[in-house]
Design a protein around this ligand. Structure first.
Ligand SMILES: Cc1cc2nc3c(=O)[nH]c(=O)nc-3n(C[C@H](O)[C@H](O)[C@H](O)COP(=O)(O)OP(=O)(O)OC[C@H]3O[C@@H](n4cnc5c(N)ncnc54)[C@H](O)[C@@H]3O)c2cc1C
Length: 432
C-alpha cells in the first residue's frame, strides 16, 4: 500500500469510468499530472469489457450517436476512433422503418419522415409539426413534465409514439415515457434528429468497451493509473484531503464515482451533506443485456434491429467480438425482469427469428443485469454541479448538470465525458 502525499499539483481522480478518464486525460494533456484510483481491475465503470468463456463482451450493449462530440474527441485522443463504425440512422422495427437520407439538415429529417414506412401521412405530419414546435421554442419547456404528457399535449398519435418517440426516449433516457423528463427528452431530440445530419448517425463500438478506453489510456502520459485501489472515505486536511484506502493526501480531488457511492465517501464531510442528500433522492433504472452466441454468424440487414414497439428489446450484431455473437438490450424497468432467464431467452429467440428468419443453433448464452445502470431521468431532478461547497473537491459523472436545464443530458457516455471535461476545465481555470 502506498502511504503519503501524491506530488504537489497532482489531481487525485477517484473512479475510472468514462467521466473520470475524460477528466484525467483533459488535465494530463494540459500539463496537470493526475493519479487515478479505480476500485476495479479494469477501466470503464458502467461501460466496460467483461470476460465470458474466452470472449471479451461488454457488460451491457452500448450505442453512441454522431452528436456525442465530447466522446468522439476523447476517443480521438486515445487513438481508438477507428474502432467505431459510423452508419446513417436507420431505425427498423417490425412494420416500421425510418432511414435518414444523405441530405443536409433539416432536409434529411423531412425526407426521412416523408419516406418512412409504417406511418400514415397524418402521423408523419404530426411528427414534423412536433419537431417544428420544439424548434420554435428552442427546445426549452416552460416547466419540466413527463415526456408522455408533452406528447399528449402535442397531440402525437399513438402509433407514432409507439414506433418512434417511445423507443427513442427509452433508449436515450432509460426511463419509461410516463416518468421521463420531457426537458431532457427535448435536449436529446435537439442534438440528434434536429441537429446536423451527421449528429443523428449511429456509432457502433467494434471492440469491447474497455479496449476502446484502455488500449491507449492505460499508458496515457501524465496519468498514474492505480487499478484495484478503492477509496474508502475522503477526510478533510488543512491543505486538502486524505483518501482512506491507499492512505494518500491530495490538494485537489475529483470524485468520479457512481452517485450511489457518494454518501459513504462523503460521510466525513458535513459541508457535502446537501450533495449527498440530493443524490439520495435519486432512483435507479436497470438495463438487461442478453448475450446469444450462435454456432455461425447471424445475418442482420443492419447492425441494430428493434424487435417490437415501445419498450421492446433491440438486437445488435456483434460479430466483431466473436462470430455468431448477438446482444439483446432490454432497457428500463419492466415485466421482463421478472421472467426466469431461460424463459426470457426463449421469448427473445422467437422475436429474433420473427425478425430475421431461421437462426443458427445456439452455442451459449448469458444475461447481465445492471440494476443501477442509470438514474431515473425524471422531471426536475436535483442534479449537483461539478463545483462543490468545499474548495478543491469536485464532482464528475453522468449525473452532474448546471443551472440551465437545456444543457442536461441523460445518463449516457456523452453526459459522463462532458462532465469530466468540464470538471477539468474548472480545475485548470482555478475555480472551486
Ligand atoms: C448496461 C448499460 C447500458 C448502457 N447503454 C448506454 C448506451 O447505449 N449509450 C450511452 O451513451 N450510455 C449507456 N449507458 C450509460 C453509461 O454507461 C453511463 O452513463 C456511463 O458509463 C457513466 O460513467 P461515469 O464515469 O459517470 O460513472 P461509472 O461508469 O459508474 O464510473 C464510476 C467508476 O468509479 C469506480 N469507483 C466507485 N467507487 C470507487 C471508490 N470508492 N474508489 C475507487 N473507484 C471507485 C467504479 O468502479 C467505476 O469504474 C449504459 C449503462 C449501462 C450500465
Amino acid at each position: 500500500m502506498d502511504q503519503g502525499v501524491i506530488p504537489t499539483g497532482t489531481v487525485a481522480v477517484i473512479g475510472g469510468g468514462w467521466a473520470g478518464i475524460a477528466c484525467a486525460v483533459e488535465l494530463a494533456d494540459a500539463g496537470r499530472p493526475v493519479t487515478l484510483f479505480e476500485a476495479a481491475k479494469r477501466l470503464g465503470g458502467r461501460a466496460r469489457g467483461v470476460d465470458w468463456n474466452g470472449i471479451r463482451i461488454d457488460n451491457g450493449q452500448h450505442l453512441m450517436i454522431g452528436a456525442y462530440g465530447a466522446t468522439q474527441a476523447l476517443l480521438h485522443r486515445l487513438g481508438t476512433t477507428h474502432l467505431l463504425e459510423r452508419r446513417r440512422l436507420d431505425f427498423r422495427l417490425p412494420g416500421f422503418r425510418l432511414a435518414l437520407p444523405n441530405l443536409p439538415a433539416p432536409l434529411h429529417l423531412a425526407g426521412g419522415l416523408l419516406l418512412a414506412r409504417g406511418l400514415t401521412l397524418a402521423q408523419k405530419w404530426a411528427a414534423a409539426r412536433f419537431m417544428r414546435t420544439l424548434k420554435a421554442r428552442h427546445f426549452r419547456l416552460p416547466e419540466d413534465i413527463p415526456a408522455a404528457d408533452l406528447l399528449r399535449q402535442q397531440q402525437q398519435p399513438a402509433p407514432l409514439i409507439a414506433r418512434l418517440w417511445a423507443p427513442i426516449c427509452i433508449a436515450a433516457l432509460n426511463t419509461p415515457l410516463e416518468t421521463a423528463s420531457a426537458q431532457v427528452f427535448c435536449n436529446v431530440l435537439r442534438d440528434s434528429l434536429a441537429g446536423r445530419r451527421a449528429d443523428s448517425d449511429l456509432l457502433f463500438n467494434r471492440c469491447d468497451l474497455s479496449t476502446l478506453l484502455a488500449g491507449a489510456s492505460i499508458k496515457h502520459p501524465g496519468i498514474d493509473f492505480r487499478l484495484g485501489e478503492k477509496i474508502g472515505r475522503i477526510e478533510p486536511r488543512r491543505n486538502g484531503f486524505h483518501l482512506s484506502g491507499p492512505q494518500v493526501e491530495a490538494g485537489q480531488v475529483v470524485l468520479a464515482v457512481h452517485p450511489v457511492r457518494l454518501p459513504t465517501l462523503l460521510a466525513e464531510l458535513p459541508e457535502m451533506a446537501a450533495v449527498a442528500d440530493a443524490v439520495a433522492t435519486f432512483t435507479w433504472q436497470p438495463i438487461l443485456t442478453l448475450w446469444l452466441h450462435f454456432v455461425a454468424p447471424v445475418v442482420f440487414p443492419f447492425p441494430m434491429l428493434g424487435l417490437g414497439e415501445g419498450q421492446a428489446p433491440w438486437a445488435f450484431e456483434r460479430n466483431d467480438l466473436a462470430p455468431g455473437l448477438v446482444a439483446i438490450v432490454m432497457s428500463a424497468e419492466g415485466p421482463h425482469l421478472r421472467l426466469p432467464a431461460a424463459q426470457l431467452r426463449d421469448v427473445t429467440l422467437a422475436l429474433l427469428a420473427r425478425a430475421l428468419g431461421p437462426l443458427p443453433a445456439l452455442l451459449d448464452w448469458k444475461t447481465i443485469t445492471e440494476k443501477r445502470a442509470t438514474w431515473s431521468c425524471v422531471p426536475g431532478l436535483p442534479r449537483p454541479g461539478n463545483v462543490t461547497p468545499m474548495p478543491g473537491l469536485f464532482l464528475a459523472g453522468d449525473y452532474t448538470a448546471d443551472f440551465d436545464t437545456t444543457n442536461g443530458y441523460p445518463a449516457t457516455l456523452e453526459g459522463a465525458v462532458r462532465s469530466g471535461v468540464k470538471c477539468a476545465h474548472l480545475i485548470l481555470s482555478g475555480q472551486g
